[in-house]
Design a protein around this ligand. Sequence first.
Ligand code: FE
Length: 212
Amino acid sequence: MSHDPAGDDQHGHHDHSHLEGMELKVRTLESLLVEKGYVDPGALDEIVETYETRVGPRNGARVVARAWRDPAYLERLRQDATSAIAELGFTGRQGEHMRVVENTPEIHNMVVCTLCSCYPWSVLGLPPVWYKSAPYRSRAVSEPEAVLAEFGVTLPEGKTIRVWDSTAEMRYLVLPERPAGTEGWSEERLADLVTRDSMIGTGLARAAGEVS
Ligand code: FE
């Protein structure tokens, strides 16, 4: 499943004419395959859904879990996120200039791309449809509390929300707060608490009791 970021690096943001050409090719190919009976459209949707919500974000979840467990790794992530993420083998397009923004009891971070859909592919996989939507792109900046409420997130009174606007030059990964009651957990177990949305900032990490 390839998804071309379409000239993103040359122009600051996406070259939309190229993107449209690529989408057209993909759609044509898809309808041809469906028409010939080679693929089931439901199965295709399931594959995309898998990459959006599971495969891709597992990389980011490992970065977060490592940072929660290993203070030296957290420090490397703060100093140079691109290299620290590459240490775990996650590199590639749209992951070249990474910055990790840490949630704390005082600050909640949220990521958007106001101009198009810049997203840290190497750690989060495919961007969700809502991330690319015009309402999210504008409202994440103008009314972040309302957007968070729609995602089911209510922050404690007095917490500051910081919104980070991604570009081709800088991609952000939110480091969610480590849930209480997870002392001594393995990296693998911790990673199960880290959702995709918690690394975009439209969610929080799962509570310790939410996974078995
Ligand atoms: Fe963009």
